[in-house]
Ligand binder design. Sequence first.
Ligand SMILES: C[S@@+](CC[C@H](N)C(=O)[O-])C[C@H]1O[C@@H](n2cnc3c(N)ncnc32)[C@H](O)[C@@H]1O
Length: 203
Amino acid sequence: MNQNPKAVYFDGIAWKWDSWENQAALGIKLAAGLEELGVGDSETVLDIGCGTGNLTRALLARLSAAGRIVAIDISPQMIELARGKISDPRVEWQVMDARSLPWTDGSFDRVICYSVWPHFDDHAAVANELGRVLKPGGRLHVWHLAGRKFINEIHASAGEAVRHDILPPVGETAALLTQFGFQVTTAVEDEEHYLVTGVKQVR
Ligand SMILES: C[S@@+](CC[C@H](N)C(=O)[O-])C[C@H]1O[C@@H](n2cnc3c(N)ncnc32)[C@H](O)[C@@H]1O
């Protein structure tokens, strides 16, 4: 039985997740965003909190046969739905917490936390772990296609498990990534976007 309250919460809403946003419009926005992030076609990308696989699908469209995605989520229901939607040998799906990952140091070219950062209970522990699995020079993105105020208001009125999940100002996220060995190259937010990008430095 899954006792993590956030996993239970997201399991409970997984079946309706894709109905909350126009999927075609989201796909277009994600594709444009990935172009801006400069995702290369043969990268190995870690998609954290992949949910039903919407970012995963947009990533697949950018990658060649040499590219690879590992998509993880704490919610077994989200992963099951994602697997049902997307069948592609370049993707590996895993039910897993971002805080503790099984891969060796330097396994990934890029880590994307799309619409998941507020849900981490210990941002420092996650930043440390994501820095560990990134190659030197690899990129970590903390990314949302919505503004911080809007996101925090949604969480405040959502279920108890996520009610206190806050997306901090970009300056705070940038400072944390710097503390964990990243050089922050982008830290921008407005009413519809939030992006902090850190490049892993050689330690
Ligand atoms: C707001 S949803 C976003 C899903 C997906 N990124 C999207 O935008 O469609 C957040 C997802 O992150 C997952 N999640 C929350 N905390 C996590 C953690 N510590 N490790 C991995 N996944 C997590 C949840 O189960 C949920 O599926």
